[in-house]
Each structure stands twice: as C-alpha cells, then as structure tokens.
Design a protein around this ligand. Structure first.
Ligand SMILES: Cc1cc2nc3c(=O)[nH]c(=O)nc-3n(C[C@H](O)[C@H](O)[C@H](O)COP(=O)(O)OP(=O)(O)OC[C@H]3O[C@@H](n4cnc5c(N)ncnc54)[C@H](O)[C@@H]3O)c2cc1C
Length: 292
C-alpha cells in the first residue's frame, strides 16, 4: 500500500481549506469501505486522506414530519435503520441502506461515501433520487444545494469542485398516501454488486385508485444512476393498472444504456429494468396503501 498522510478535520472550514490546498491528491475518508480498498489495491493514488468524522455537521441525523430528514454525510448505514421513526417514514431508503455489504460494512459505510464514490451500481443513489433527496455541499464559496440526480457525472466522477465536500442530505417529509421501494438483482443473496437496481416512489390519490405522481430511478445501466423522467410522467394522474405500470417500465427500459460484462449482458440488464421497475412500483403502491 502506498504511503499517504492522514488528517482529521474538526470544522467545515478546516476541511475545505485542506481540500483546496491539496486538490485532487486529497480524498475524504468517511467509513473507508471504498477508499481504503481502492488505495490498497493501487486503483487510486492519494497524498492525503482527510477524516471528516469529527465535524459535527456530517454527523447530524434528525427527522421530524414537518422538516423531513437530515442525514450527515458521515452517518453510517446502521444508525439510519436503527431509528424506528426514520425506518417507518422512509422504508424505501431503508431497503437500500440495509443491503449494503453485511452488518460489519453497514457499521462503517456511509450514504455520503456511497454517493461520492459515484459507482453506477451504488445501491443508495436510486433510492435517494426517488425520495427527492438533495445534497448540501460545502466549499470555499460557502454552501450549495443540488438534487442527488445531478451529483454524479460519470463512473467515479462527481460535480464536486476543488475544495468542496458533501456535508449532508435532506429528504422532504413523506407525503400522505405515498410509498417507495428499492430493489436490486444480484445472483446471490448478499455481498454482491447490483446487476441492476431500481428505485420507485408513488404518491396516490385518497381513494388509492390513481397515481398523483411517481418517480423511477435506475442503477447499473448507464455511466451514472438515472432518473427515468418520462417513466414517472407517464403515471402522473393515471389509473393504477397493470397496463400503465407496464408502459412506465417500457419507458424506463428505453433510457437504460447498459453494458455487457461478467455480471450480465446488456439485453439481460434491459430485461431486468422492466421486471424490477414493475416490482418496485408495485412495492411503492403497497406501501402507499399501507399494505406492506
Ligand atoms: C465487502 C463490501 C461490500 C459492499 N457492498 C456494497 C453494496 O451491497 N452496495 C453498495 O452500493 N456498495 C457496497 N460496497 C461499497 C461501499 O461499502 C459503499 O459504497 C459505502 O457506502 C461507501 O461509504 P464509506 O463511508 O465507506 O466511503 P469511503 O470509502 O470513506 O469513501 C468513498 C469515496 O467517497 C469519497 N467521500 C466520502 N465521503 C465524502 C464526502 N462527505 N464528501 C466528498 N467525498 C466523500 C471518498 O473520498 C471516496 O472517494 C461494499 C464494499 C465492501 C468492502
């Protein structure tokens, strides 16, 4: 393993100034479950790993039904699903955080690291996108907020500029008659990378007969996770029916640009997008109706 310096920042300003000074040769250390592996295997070369876990803002975890959910970038997965109120309000997010690696990985791995590592197959990104999560980014010019779907720009690449890092996520409070679900396909039960991942959320009318709105997001079928805009628009205002769900699934398949690799061919992945979109939508509807 190459030699590198370690520093631990206690404030946002301290972290921003160290990141600005070192540029691309510095990387944030959150849980370390991606970055340590990459440095050890020589897949990434760094001069400085900057630990952010002592900065108060990245450790926030607060929820209330008026303001929604604030999750600091360095909060490990297990803390999110251990809070009953959060687990009840955001089951679609819990689907994703509770399947990252195994229990040991979930004790370290963070939502911030999952997003900033920018893997096209990262499990939490489609779940965050359908829940309309936004990212609060700190940098030399202060803070800025962007929707999660605009954060990744390519495999391992993000919109973060020199001196910037991710502070926290905000998720709006769940609307009445709404539900969300995240599903992935892997050839075994756990500890694998998604062949395809699909997140879906739906807001229903009071009678639970129609979609008010819906969002669908796809993982592992393009260089970045994708918000399937048209697939969601197809459902808005429409009756809940197999036909409409099928049309949305086809629209999701149409924007997938999968590759063929050892985990599956492009055709197989496109097929999975259809299957998982239908199932994730059905799961979101069940949760909106409080059937699941
Ligand atoms: C055995 C194993 C199983 C895994 N299983 C899964 C899985 O099922 N699904 C899945 O999606 N992933 C999986 N992963 C990958 C990894 O655990 C996740 O991506 C995890 O969420 C990364 O979080 P972390 O806190 O460990 O990130 P780190 O390794 O600390 O950081 C990851 C990257 O993001 C950057 N970064 C971290 N935080 C910030 C920030 N706040 N601002 C700017 N940059 C930041 C780092 O510099 C680094 O480049 C697995 C990994 C292992 C080792």
């Amino acid at each position: 393993m190459q030699a590198f310096d370690y520093a631990s920042a206690r404030t946002v300003d301290e972290a921003v100034s160290l990141l600005a000074q070192h540029g691309e040769r510095a990387r944030i250390l959150a849980g370390g479950t991606d970055i340590i592996v990459q440095v050890r295997e020589g897949r990434r070369s760094v001069d400085l790993l900057l630990d952010i876990k002592k900065i108060p803002e990245v450790n926030q975890l607060s929820y209330d039904p008026i303001n929604g959910l604030r999750i600091g970038a360095a909060v490990p997965c297990y803390k999110i699903y251990e809070q009953a109120e959060i687990a009840t309000a955001y089951p679609g997010l819990i689907d994703a955080v509770s399947l990252i690696g195994g229990i040991q990985i979930q004790g370290r791995a963070t939502l911030g690291g999952n997003l900033c590592n920018a893997s096209p197959a990262a499990d939490t990104i489609p779940a965050l996108i359908v829940l309309q999560a936004t990212c609060l980014i700190a940098g030399p010019q202060g803070t800025r907020e962007v929707p999660v779907e605009r954060f990744c720009t390519g495999p391992g690449r993000t919109i973060l500029q020199r001196g910037e890092f991710l502070l926290s996520f905000h998720l709006p409070p769940p609307q009445k008659h709404s539900g969300a679900r995240y599903l992935r396909f892997i050839p075994r039960n756990e500890m694998d990378i998604a062949v395809v991942g699909v997140g879906a959320s739906a807001v229903l009318n009071e009678a639970h007969t129609r979609f008010v709105s819906a969002r669908i997001a796809l993982g592992a079928v393009a260089p970045t996770p994708l918000l399937a805009v048209e697939a969601g628009e197809i459902l808005a205002g429409k009756e809940i029916s197999e036909e409409n769900i099928q049309r949305a699934a086809e629209a999701a398949q149409a924007i997938a640009r999968p590759i063929s690799d050892m985990r599956g061919t492009a055709a197989y992945r496109r097929h999975l997008v259809g299957v998982l979109t239908r199932r994730a939508l059905q799961g979101a509807i069940q949760r909106a109706k409080k059937e699941a």
